[in-house]
Write a protein that binds this ligand. Sequence first.
Ligand SMILES: NCc1[nH]cc(CCC(=O)O)c1CC(=O)O
Length: 306
Amino acid sequence: MTPSILRIATRKSALALWQAEHVAAALRAAHPGLTVDLVPLSTRGDEILDQPLATIGGKGLFLKELEVAMLEGRADLAVHSLKDVPAELEPGFALPAILPRADAADAFVCNLYANLTALPQGARVGTSSLRRQAQLRAVRPDLSLLDLRGNVGTRLAKLDDGHYDAIVLACAGLERLGLATRIRSRLAAPAWLPAPGQGAIAIEARDDQPAVLALLAALDDDETRLAVSAERAMNHALGGSCTVPVGAWCVVTEHGLHLRGMVGDAASGQLIHAQASSASDQANELGQQVANALFELGAAALLAQH
Ligand SMILES: NCc1[nH]cc(CCC(=O)O)c1CC(=O)O
């Protein structure tokens, strides 16, 4: 039977709440008469904010409590930033909808300098992402890279308080929070690769609830799903862990898919790049192919360090 109400489990950060509200509004628009409520929850990932994410057990951290709420019948769906969703979902769950992608680029955020090249020698740049650290190190080996965690507002406050000369954030998150004016320059493909799935919002639900899945599928965006499928397949083939500096960017054209991939080393700034094209129904194979190309160029040695 088609449900008349859907409850969205969400984290409580400003960005998570914006994304959950965005999905709620889209569901109400797609299904007039449907009631959509938010169920805000705390996750372990939100509580352990003082340690680098790489050391505290990975991305699943942000999903677990939301998945438990769905299993216990307290919520029907969860809304995530796709880049926080592990390459492999927990058994019993599916991603019935991936919403149209926002700007997937990273943002250079800085009060005094317009871009990365303008930063003075030895400037302090904050980011806990090994992918961002590796790419920063590759172009500016002189920079002092410092850990920076917390939600978007906390990170901006630490920049403004003078703890860093610049920080790197996702453009999508800043735009959603009405903070696009903080983007001094974009760090964008092909020179700089985002995280697999960056800029896309994913809906997660139990795979044994067909009536719920059918309602959610109305929000799925074909083109975004193709692109992020290739990116996530590549990440999965590389080992799929968030503690590894991996970048991916897939574009969809009338000719099919084009995927660029990168594996890096945060300590040395060494980067390995590969790219390939495929027909649009070959996203998984394309991801595997680019991962294989990266392995042939020596990715295993970089991945082994993590
Ligand atoms: N790691 C946290 C996270 N997860 C998703 C986003 C931004 C939104 C997105 O990429 O879809 C952010 C913040 C950031 O990286 O600046």
